[in-house]
Design a protein around this ligand. Structure first.
Ligand code: HSE
Length: 437
């Protein structure tokens, strides 16, 4: 690796929304960055697909190249910043950079959630550092707090709003009563949602981020595919109104808990009490609520996406790498090396909100109550709303084992008096953490 003392030479792999933000901040905050790093920082090469593509911040074309071989083999570069996104060619380029002894900063959640172990092993074999603060929560510092600030604690639980698109859509549906498709269209118009928002809506973007958080918080190798997930497209404005009436906000939450040697990790719409700090996180904002055995409850809040917030997190990683270059205290990152035992969602114990569309006649409630009773599902509240010859029953269960609840749900769907079950949403009950201090 080139001598670290005089200058930190950075190569950018990708120069779209985030990359051009990094370029802009490196120039704009030159002094601040030099002070924090203890050396000047400069971007000398930028790999792009198309030099003429429009970018949020202007970039001097003399740095741009479409030749990946030329950039990746540049001896003078100390650190590569990968902001291309997607699996290939990002994976190949990152591995190549690490194998030639360069340090790597990546914002690529999909890559880490699928190939984290391979990336970390390549770094360890070549004495390189991999940093990835921007991969979760955009500008929110969360990886560093989990690994360093809370490094002496045992993390019990993580609950995050880690996808701005879905948070915007659910917030908009709650406040305006609009349906899912209109709220999503509005998010796209405002630039909060991608042209193809499938990964956001179906929860796979949040699942990748939760896998990264688990890998750091619990020092295991978790992949995005190990995270149970449900998306938000079935949520109706009526569910959000019912939730609000009952004292809940509805959010797409990414939830992970350690239970001895096992971890539960899931992403799904969740009703959360209105007095929980996550309930107040609206619009396209993100927040990660962490419970440490000794520190108790912490919450990290901010802009989870966008050019400059994400670029700021990347510059934070540049600072850490430059400090490590000046004083190499061997920045080992053990994540993704230990296999992870993930609990099946069937074992989850939680409360549920359920809406049943039923025929309104004597004995219907008795039949429904019998199915719940036989499956050991106890009800906390039941409200019936008459709709002529039909009725809607809105209920919340006490805490039940997921498997029992799902068995009851299937049986209910088989009853002649039940026309449909349009909504089922898990409900998080949040007692303040008592701790084991
Ligand atoms: N698509 C993501 C979101 C942003 O909506 O939060 C990038 O991680």
């Amino acid at each position: 690796m080139s001598s670290p003392d005089r200058f930190l030479n950075v190569g950018l792999l990708g120069c779209g929304t985030i990359g051009s933000g990094v370029y802009h901040l490196v120039k704009k905050n030159k002094k601040e960055l030099e002070r924090a790093c203890g050396m000047p920082v400069g971007i000398s090469r930028i790999l792009v697909k198309d030099p003429d593509e429009p970018r949020p911040f202007p970039v001097d074309k003399k740095f741009l190249s479409t030749n990946s071989e030329e950039i990746l083999s540049d001896e003078k570069i100390d650190v590569f910043i990968e902001v291309m996104g997607g699996i290939e060619p990002a994976r190949t380029f990152c591995l190549k950079a690490l194998k030639s002894g360069k340090h790597l900063i990546t914002a690529n959640k999909e890559l880490l959630a699928r190939h984290g172990q391979e990336i970390m092993e390549a770094a360890a074999e070549n004495d390189s550092i991999v940093m990835f603060e921007a991969s979760v929560g955009g500008g929110i510092p969360i990886i560093c707090p989990l690994e360093s600030s809370m490094g002496g604690d045992r993390i019990k639980k993580i609950m995050g709003i880690v996808n701005g698109t879905t948070n915007y859509v659910l917030s908009n549906m709650s406040s305006s009563g609009s349906d899912f498709h209109s709220a999503l269209h509005e998010a796209q118009k405002l630039g909060y949602a991608e042209a193809n928002p499938q990964a956001d809506i179906e929860g796979s973007d949040a699942a990748s981020k939760l896998a990264i958080l688990c890998s750091v918080a619990f020092q295991v190798g978790m992949s995005g595919e190990q995270v149970y997930r449900e998306g938000i497209n079935f949520i109706r404005p009526a569910d959000l109104a019912n939730a609000a009436e009952m004292g809940y906000a509805t959010k797409l939450l990414a939830i992970a808990e350690r239970d001895g040697e096992e971890i539960s990790a899931r992403v799904h719409p969740t009703m959360i009490p209105l007095d929980h700090p996550l309930a107040a996180v609206s619009g396209n904002f993100n927040a990660i609520f962490v419970v440490g055995e000794s520190v108790g409850e912490l919450m990290f809040y901010g802009e989870g996406a966008g050019s400059l917030p994400t670029a700021t997190a990347i510059l934070g990683d540049v600072v850490k790498i430059s400090r490590n270059i000046k004083d190499p205290s061997v920045f080992r990152r053990p994540y993704w090396s230990n296999p992870c035992r993930v609990k099946s969602v069937d074992e989850l114990t939680t409360k549920f909100y359920m809406v049943l569309e039923v025929i309104d006649r004597p004995g219907v409630l008795a039949k429904i109550a019998k199915v719940f009773g036989e499956n050991k599902v106890s009800l906390e509240s039941v409200v019936q709303k008459g709709l002529g010859g039909e009725a809607e029953i809105v209920l919340i269960t006490h805490e039940v084992v997921e498997k029992n609840f799902q068995a009851a749900r299937s049986e209910l769907l088989g009853l002649d008096v039940v026309k449909d079950i349009p909504s089922v949403i898990r409900v998080e009950s949040t007692e303040a953490y008592e701790g084991q201090r």
